[in-house]
Design a binder for this molecule. Sequence first.
Ligand code: SF4
Length: 228
Amino acid sequence: MWISEIFYTVQGEGILLGVPSVFVRTSGCNLRCAWCDTKYTSWNASGQHINVEDVLKKVMSFPCDHVVLTGGEPLLDKDITTLTHLLHQENKHITIETAATIFNEDIICDLASLSPKLSNSKPQGLSEDWIQRHEKQRLQPQIINKWIEKYDYQLKFVVSEKNDLQEILQLLESLTNVTRQNVVLMPEGTQAAALYEKSIWLTEVCKEYGFRYTPRMHIDLFGNKRGV
Ligand code: SF4
């Protein structure tokens, strides 16, 4: 597997906020989000090649039942299915964090954390080819539907501005069987002060529409750092 980092911390986002978890972060991504906070897995991907048994061994070295497979885009890794089966045999709770542009019905996953990318993710300063690839791939309702049908899920949106809400509502209309309590809105940003500012109006949006709000707790606790 192409691994960027493996570390033990508490989940900082979403419905499992605060749960101690081992994070396995793969490198490589098929998108290039403008505000990506892990460019070392996408725009400038790097990492170590580690076989899947050694990844498992590293995960098992932490005293923890929850494992989060994240990226980058973990679904790109050819060994991700095997890793989920090995983790399942060890009775781990598995969250997969994905942009939901790729579906894999063979993985085992207890929570699919789906984070479809809105137009606020459109990159700048890249080749026209990459911009077009990003725009073509970032939002694929038919793939999101497959995830929702097969796995327990949360639908997590990164919100930059109030206008993003219209796009979210439009997407939800095109999806089948989404319950609003599974829709999680998260402010975009990597600085605690900017996140706080957005949280004021974003929590009001959540109250109005029955969505969940999630902070980015790891930014509040540790700042914009790797391995936390
Ligand atoms: S999908 Fe995630 S890892 Fe990939 S570019 Fe977007 S934010 Fe970064």
